[in-house]
Design a protein around this ligand. Structure first.
Ligand code: SF4
Length: 342
């Protein structure tokens, strides 16, 4: 377990095992999660002996290092990090006025195999640890602070299926939400899933009520199964029932993500079917003109607008995601793929 993945109670155990006063745990936690220090030596209210022990036990503060940073003309920043075992992951910072949204990864690769996704194509390597998930946030927060900015929102939408790494993701949410840490409210935390029904139902009953985004991308089982193999295990009716349960338990509006792919799911008939599918549900549709990967192309601006109009006319709240970072390969898994090829 890496130090940034530990709760104050676990830090206390570590201290007590070394005959160090347990009140130091709160100080260490604050340095790590509130002040987001990069070095143990920056923990200036700790005796040198404790700093030496921290360095001996944990090596570095963060279990990741920056490999590549790319900045888009629109301000989007993409980071490729290497982990202790040489694996690499991506995080993306999306500035939008006062909002600084960070998109983080939860797995190295992904086993879900969505056909339109660069990460899905590269296969699954392993789950990230709690520390590796949280460290992406702390690292970026540390970078933003001197600029007078801070992370306002986190989306678990990077590499990997968050709910397939359920325990680590849940612990990371609790750490980011911790009052002694960054204290990010649950409303600022969003889990995006391809639709793992049992885990959606479990998450609904946890005591942290985060936002839920569902990657929908198609309105009938045949088509959805074509691009998202997970749909063969959990078809649309089961998925929507689990989402209704989530709303019932948490009162949260579900965000349905619909990546518009030219010639595949962008017809008016599909817009009407989507409208009918979601009618009466507490929801919002986020239309995502897809970042081109290989032969997958996005529809024209006109057909995107027409798709949105059908939903609006049916009283379904809808937004069209702004195109961000295409010049820096901001689509999930693209930068890592390019780096591995290089
Ligand atoms: S879209 Fe998400 S769930 Fe699907 S393969 Fe890519 S990372 Fe995995």
């Amino acid at each position: 377990m890496h130090i940034v993945g530990l709760f104050p109670e676990e830090l206390k155990d570590w201290l007590v095992e070394r005959q160090i006063a347990s009140f130091r745990a709160d100080q260490i936690f604050l340095w790590l999660h509130r002040h987001t220090v990069a070095e143990f030596s920056a923990m200036t209210n700790l005796p040198k002996e404790i700093i030496r022990k921290l360095q001996e036990s944990f090596g570095s503060v963060w279990p990741l290092e920056l490999v590549v940073r790319r900045v888009s003309q629109d301000g989007t920043e993409k980071y490729l990090f290497s982990l202790g075992d040489g694996a690499s992951i991506e995080s993306v910072l999306i500035p939008d006025g006062p909002r600084q949204t960070l998109c983080i990864s939860t797995q190295v690769g992904c086993a879900m195999g969505c056909s339109f996704c660069a990460t899905g194509r590269s296969g699954f390597t392993r789950n990230l640890t709690v520390g590796e998930i949280v460290a992406q946030v702390l690292w970026v927060q540390n970078r933003l602070k001197p600029l007078g900015k801070e992370i306002s929102n986190i989306v678990y939408m990077g590499m990997g299926e968050p709910l397939a790494n359920y325990d680590a993701v849940l612990a990371s949410l609790r750490l980011l939400n911790h009052p002694q840490g960054l204290n990010l409210g649950a409303r600022r935390l969003t889990i995006s899933t391809c639709g793992l029904v049992p885990q959606i139902r479990s998450l609904a009953t946890e005591d942290i009520q985060v936002n839920l985004a569902i990657s929908l991308h198609a309105v009938d089982d045949k088509k959805r199964s074509e691009v998202m193999p997970v749909n063969r295990r959990f078809p649309l009716n089961e998925l929507l029932a689990a989402c209704d349960y989530y709303t019932e338990k948490t009162g949260r509006r579900i965000s349905y993500e619909y990546a518009l792919i030219r010639g595949f799911n962008d017809h008016q008939g599909e817009a009407r079917a989507l409208r009918d599918l979601l009618k009466g549900r507490l929801c919002h549709v986020n239309l995502i003109p897809i970042n081109p990967v290989g032969e997958v192309q996005r529809p024209s601006a006109r057909s995107i607008a027409e798709f949105a109009q059908v939903l609006e006319a049916g009283q379904i709240p809808v937004s069209i995601r702004k195109e961000r970072g295409t010049d820096i390969e901001a689509a999930c898994g693209q930068l890592r793929q390019t780096h591995l090829q290089e």
